[in-house]
Design a binder for this molecule. Structure first.
Ligand code: AMP
Length: 183
């Protein structure tokens, strides 16, 4: 397997696991959050449009995100495989991803769902201390996740392409359960 969708709430450890797996398997790590934060920092047109949504903990409009995913999937390292980390985030993005992959003749091999209880997520995110990691914004992001992103668990489950992993443990243990599933 070499094409993965990482699903799970903010703070579930998707990014940490994606970095390790992408390095180990020499595939692209595509984090829409990282790409958007870099765009905000560089004050590109994309970053300027995304900034307010991100500070509030709302999803950035689909059109902006789709475009960046499309461009990123076209880069050389993504031809070897990829991990989508933080995308898709709602039903419309999932449908667009199908179209996008169809157009380039690819499919995802597996969706990994990282499960962590809400109280643990809040504690982890408060410790991380990113700009959008204040308690009020964290609670809002968890609400957005529950409403818009969590329904994708059923969507990918119904295609029998989903594995759920207990993310409420240490990084090495999560990494080994991940390897056991995706070898
Ligand atoms: P993350 O680093 O994945 O937690 O994302 C941080 C923020 O970037 C989110 O709260 C959203 O504002 C924005 N973002 C990241 N990925 C997406 C996406 N796929 N769709 C819309 N907004 C996104």
């Amino acid at each position: 397997m070499k094409r993965f969708i990482f699903l799970g709430p903010p703070g579930a450890g998707k990014g940490t696991q994606a970095v390790q797996l992408s390095e180990g398997a020499a595939i692209a790590h595509i984090s829409t959050g990282d790409i958007l934060r870099a765009a905000v920092k560089a004050q590109t047109p994309l970053g300027m449009k995304a900034d307010d949504y991100m500070s509030r903990g709302d999803l950035v409009p689909d059109s902006l995100v789709l475009n960046l995913v499309k461009e990123r999937l076209a880069e050389a390292d993504a031809q070897e495989g990829w991990i989508l980390d933080g995308f898709p985030r709602n039903a419309a993005q999932a449908a667009s991803l199908d179209d996008l992959l169809g157009a380039i003749g690819q499919t995802s091999d597996c969706t990994v769902n990282f499960e962590v209880p809400d109280d643990v997520l809040v504690q982890r995110l408060l410790q991380r201390g990113r700009k959008d990691d204040t308690e009020a914004v964290i609670r809002h992001r968890l609400g957005v996740y529950r409403e818009q992103t969590a329904p994708l668990i059923d969507f990918y489950q119904s295609r029998q392409k989903l594995v759920s992993i207990d993310g409420n443990t240490d990084v090495a243990t999560v990494a080994s359960s991940l390897r056991a599933f995706i070898h």
